[in-house]
Ligand binder design. Sequence first.
Ligand SMILES: [Fe+2]
Length: 161
Amino acid sequence: MSTRFTSHVALPDETKTALVETLNVVLATTIDLKSQVKQAHWNIKGPQFFARHELFDKVAIKLRGFADRIAERATTLGGYAEGTVRLSVEASKLPEYELRAVDGKQHIHALVERFSAYTVFVRGAIKEAEAKNDPVTADLYTEILQGTELDMWFLESHLNV
Ligand SMILES: [Fe+2]
């Protein structure tokens, strides 16, 4: 989808269009990841139930905040933010959640795999934004990468014993 609305951000239109396109894929993937973390939050069983249940909720809340900022960067650049659940399913870079996961370790494994894929994708998006000379979008992605790598450590620390 191309840039649709007037934006006075000082970048060429085709650059803004390309940035918006990637922002919408990051948005879709972030919404998908957030929904998968909530799936784990609701369905986890077993040892350390409450600590893990609470951790997953904190992680999901952070992702929700990132999704909002990604969407608003797309609109700042004159784009249309594509953030419904249906649009997110089509554009997300992640596989569906591990629906057979029951105990804590299975959920954490499933989440770490998806966080790993997500952070690889965001690293690529940072490079793309830098190549397109947009430090604002690159900085937003970098902040998201910092936050999601931190949460990936919180998750994988439950496995490294
Ligand atoms: Fe809850």
